[in-house]
Write a protein that binds this ligand. Structure first.
Ligand SMILES: O=C(O)CCC(=O)C(=O)O
Ligand SMILES: [Fe+2]
Length: 284
């Protein structure tokens, strides 16, 4: 189990989901075409230019993290709501909650000379809460916006690390680089030990990190502020719900008099109470 399995875009999502829940990671090669990647890069460039470098080792002092993709880049929808990726997320998170949602959207640009990020588990953002060891609460994705190579800081992953002791974050020798061509995506779970790579090349390594979490967890990137209603209203319905403009789990996130946020956002029947409609109708 020392490699990351690679899939073609038309692969069976069951197989990809199985790779995630057994080996902890999977790559889908060339899932989005280069023209769409370039369009998103162009839309995001002014925001990347204006983003400060990180302030500590973890966020990276030579790394820029630029968010709010849904509000800033129409092309990002092809990544954030990619049907192949969501089909895998359905399978990995679906069994564990009635809903899942977007956790964060973030371009991660590592400048030349940037050191490797500390290895970690993404689900440690939840106060290091000890979720059951076999339970997946998060699926993370990193899209290669440039070719990802060993030299330019391809994400480093410890294959098969889902159940490893936390101390294994010291095992940098066990990591494998998620090398992949531009437009590819590496998927891993909140339990997979990983980190950004060292950029030993002479060009910036550009990536898009999009994560998904169970509906009853708090989002890392506040979507209601990053993508406020006046913008969210213009997005496809599935993206609105993914961003959190819907009720999560049984009753989380309703508005004032138990109104359905999706109905309120879209001015549907006055946004009347969702009570009695059944949570299933509110699923993504
Ligand atoms: O930049 C990367 O390749 C990985 C970043 C990461 O794992 C994180 O910021 O949580
Ligand atoms: Fe991470």
């Amino acid at each position: 189990m020392d490699l990351i399995r690679r899939f073609a875009p038309d692969s069976d999502p069951d197989d990809i989901a199985r790779a995630l829940t057994t080996a902890g990671a999977a790559i889908i090669e060339r899932l989005v075409d280069e023209a769409t990647v370039d369009q998103m890069l162009a839309e995001m460039q002014p925001f990347v230019d204006a983003t400060p470098y990180g302030s500590d080792q973890f966020t990276g002092r030579t790394t820029k993290r630029t968010g709010a993709l849904l509000a800033r880049s129409p092309a990002s929808i092809d990544f954030v709501a990619n049907p192949e990726v969501l089909a895998v997320v359905d399978r990995v998170l679906g069994p564990n909650a009635t809903t899942y949602q977007l956790h964060l959207t973030q371009m991660i640009c590592i400048w030349p000379g940037g050191p490797a990020q500390s290895l970690h588990r993404d689900q440690w953002c939840f106060d290091m809460f000890p979720f059951p060891p076999e339970m997946d609460v998060e699926v993370s994705t990193i899209w290669a916006l440039d070719d990802f190579t060993e030299e330019n800081g391809a994400t480093r992953i410890i294959p098969g690390s889902l159940l490893d002791a936390a101390s294994c974050v010291a095992d940098t020798h066990r990591t494998v680089g998620a090398t992949m061509p531009k437009g590819s995506v590496v998927l891993y779970t909140g339990r997979t030990i990983h980190g950004g790579g060292e950029n030993r090349s002479d060009a910036v390594r550009r990536a898009l990190n999009v994560d998904y979490i169970l509906g009853w967890l708090r989002q890392e990137e506040n979507q209601y502020l990053s993508c406020p209603p006046e913008i969210a209203r213009t997005l496809p319905e599935r993206v609105q719900k993914l961003a959190g403009y819907t009720v999560g789990a049984f009753a989380l996130g309703y508005m004032d008099d138990v109104r359905d946020p999706f109905a309120v956002l879209n001015g549907l029947d006055g946004g009347s109470s969702f009570g009695g409609r059944g949570i299933r109708t509110l699923r993504l």
